[in-house]
Design a protein around this ligand. Sequence first.
Ligand code: TMP
Length: 222
Amino acid sequence: MSRGLFVSLEGSEGCGKSTQSARLVERLQRERYRVRALREPGGTPLGEEIRHTLKHSPAGQGMTPEAELLLMNAARAQLVREVIRPALEAGEVVVCDRFLDSTVAYQGWGRCLDPERVRQILDFAVGGTIPDLTLLLEVPTEVSALRRLARESGTGGVLGGDRFEQEDTTFFERVAAGFRAIAAAEPGRVVVIDASPSVDVVSERVWMEVAAKLSDLSLDED
Ligand code: TMP
């Protein structure tokens, strides 16, 4: 078993996950833990290039679901071996903004790829490295849709959001159903947090969950 702690944050577009990841990282640093802040897809030079291809590159228009699944997991395979495992072995707290559950929800449920195939590719990519704790931030789908639209209009409507944000409501309903199914199947790892209240209230709830895990581990602080 690794000596660090691996925490992932998950949720649909507009759930406030990135804000909460940043808050959690700040809090851990204030408490003097050694922290590694990561995001998926991305987190390595190779992964960031793949992220661009997946989200923004004109070359990604017309990407098939199968290619999307493999690119997500190419970035993940690199991140696990280049960064996550060494960080955990060094006793760090790894905070990852999305991880393997996003593949189950987006490529499995959203893109309707065969769940067994998705699981095989995931197993190959992560090779047993899975989060100790996953915080699933949930907002009603209407709230998520409104925040997505607000983000799109923030681009001046020129880009119309990234490739995922351009999907329709039914896609995001399937993704949300996927996340709920994961939480129901793995209650020991996945904690659902209502992300409708204020950022402060949600970040306190996030911290309570992480602090409880940390106290079980007695990790080295700085
Ligand atoms: P975001 O983290 O900035 O929201 O952007 C990442 C996008 O990629 C988001 O739309 C979810 C999507 N995604 C997948 O479809 N599958 C995955 O495995 C991951 C990590 C992300």
